[in-house]
Design a binder for this molecule. Structure first.
Ligand code: ZN
Length: 365
C-alpha cells in the first residue's frame, strides 16, 4: 500500500463510520418519536376523516389495523413507566408536559382556532374491537347544551355487567367510559370513543381532568359578561385521551390524558396524566373483564358492610344469579352479592357447573 492508497483507505473507513453513526442516530430519533409525540396514530384532524389512513400514509384497512397494533406497542412503553396503582386515581407523567408535537399543535391552531373548524379524531377499533387514541380541540362551541342520550347499546371490549354493593350509582363496576368526555364535545354514542372503565376510573380518575378543561374553556370571569348563550369565549384546548392496553387484553389498564391550551402555549392549562382503570375492593381480569371481590383493597366503609353471612344448614354453595358465579359458603366475595341476586345451593359442585354457574376465581370452589 503506497501513501495515496493508504490515505484513501483511511478516508473510506472514515466515511463508513460517519454513515454508520448517522444511521444509528436516525434509528434512535425514530424510536423516541414514537411516544409520547403521538406515535403517528390518531392525531387530531378533521371530523369524520379516517385519521389512521391519513397518518400512516399507506391507506387501506389492512394498513390501519397494522397501525393500531403498533400503537399498542407504543403505549406499552407508557405502562412500564407508570408505577402500580397505590391508592391514588392518577399519576402525573412526563413532568406533566403533554406529548403533542409542534406540528400537531400548529395543525390544531390553524384548523380549530384560526379557521374555526371542528377538530376531532378517533382511531378505528382494532381487530379485538378495542378503542385507540382519541383527540379533539375543545372550545365553548364544541360543548353540548342538551341532555346526554342513551349509550346502552354500545358494548365496548371486555364489557361485563357486574355489581358490587359498595359501588355507588347502582353498584355497577363498569361504566361505558367516554374517552373524550361528553361534556367536552358532545360525542355520545360513538363506539370509537367508549371503553369499559371502572366507576372509579370514570369518576375519580377522569372526571376531574375533564372538568378542568371545561372550566378553562368556559373561562373564569370574563364570560360572565357575555350575553346568554353567547359562544364567543376564545379558549381552545387540544385534548387527547389514549387507552392503554397490555398485549391482547380487552380491558384497558388505564388511560393517558393530555391537555394543552392553544391560545397561550399551555400557560393557562397543560397536563399529562395517567388514570388507573381499577376499582378499590375489586380484582379485575383485564383479559376479559371478569372480576372478583378483593378484600385486601376493599375500602374501610365497604368492609363493614360485608359481615359474614348467616348461611342455613345444608347449603353447599352460594350462587350469584347476576354474575352466574358460585362460591364456597365462607367466601368473602359472596358477602357482597345483593340479596336479590343471591341464592343458596344445596347440590354438588358438578350440579352447580351443570346449572351454568362458573366457579368464583377467589374461593375456587
Ligand atoms: Zn368466591
Amino acid at each position: 500500500m503506497n501513501d495515496f492508497e493508504q490515505k484513501s483507505y483511511i478516508l473510506r473507513r472514515t466515511y463508513a463510520a460517519i454513515i454508520l453513526l448517522l444511521a444509528v442516530a436516525v434509528v434512535l430519533m425514530c424510536g423516541c418519536d414514537r411516544f409520547p409525540a403521538n406515535g403517528g396514530n390518531g392525531a387530531a384532524g378533521d371530523s369524520g376523516s379516517r385519521e389512521s389512513a391519513e397518518d400512516t400514509g399507506d391507506g387501506g384497512s389492512a394498513g390501519d389495523r397494522e397501525s393500531s397494533e403498533s400503537k399498542g406497542s407504543g403505549v406499552k412503553i407508557l405502562l412500564d413507566e407508570v408505577p402500580e396503582w397505590s391508592g391514588k386515581p392518577y399519576v402525573v407523567i412526563n413532568g406533566n408536559v403533554p406529548g403533542f408535537s409542534k406540528s400537531e399543535i400548529k395543525k390544531a391552531r390553524t384548523r380549530a382556532v384560526r379557521k374555526g373548524r371542528r377538530y376531532e379524531s378517533f382511531t378505528e377499533l382494532d381487530r379485538l374491537g378495542r378503542c385507540g387514541r382519541a383527540a379533539a380541540v375543545v372550545s365553548r362551541s364544541t360543548m353540548p347544551d342538551g341532555e346526554r342520550g342513551s349509550i346502552g347499546m354500545i358494548q365496548p371490549s371486555g364489557w361485563q355487567l357486574d355489581k358490587y354493593d359498595f359501588i355507588d350509582n347502582g353498584g355497577y363496576l363498569y361504566n361505558r367510559c367516554h374517552l373524550i368526555g361528553w361534556q367536552l364535545t358532545g360525542q355520545n354514542d360513538e363506539e370509537r370513543n367508549l371503553i369499559t372503565g371502572t366507576r372509579y376510573l370514570n369518576v375519580e380518575g377522569m372526571l376531574p381532568f375533564e372538568n378542568m378543561v371545561a372550566d378553562h374553556v368556559r373561562g373564569s370571569g370574563d364570560d360572565q359578561s357575555l350575553p346568554e348563550g353567547s359562544k364567543t369565549s376564545p379558549a381552545h384546548v387540544l385534548y387527547r385521551v389514549t387507552p392503554v392496553f397490555r398485549g391482547k387484553e380487552l380491558v384497558a389498564r388505564g388511560v393517558q390524558i393530555e391537555a394543552y391550551s392553544l391560545e397561550d402555549d399551555g400557560e393557562g392549562l397543560k397536563f399529562n396524566v395517567y388514570c388507573y382503570n381499577v376499582q378499590p375492593g375489586v380484582t379485575i381480569n383485564y383479559k376479559n373483564g371478569l372480576n372478583e371481590l378483593d378484600p385486601e383493597t376493599l375500602p374501610d366503609s365497604a368492609a363493614s358492610e360485608t359481615a359474614p353471612l348467616d348461611v342455613p344448614d345444608g347449603v353447599t354453595y352460594i350462587l350469584n344469579n347476576n354474575t352466574m358465579r358460585f362460591h364456597r359458603t365462607d367466601c368473602k366475595g359472596a358477602r357482597t352479592i345483593r340479596e336479590h341476586n343471591r341464592e343458596w345451593f344445596y347440590g354438588t359442585r358438578e350440579e352447580a357447573v351443570e346449572a351454568g354457574y362458573i366457579p368464583c376465581g377467589m374461593c375456587e370452589p
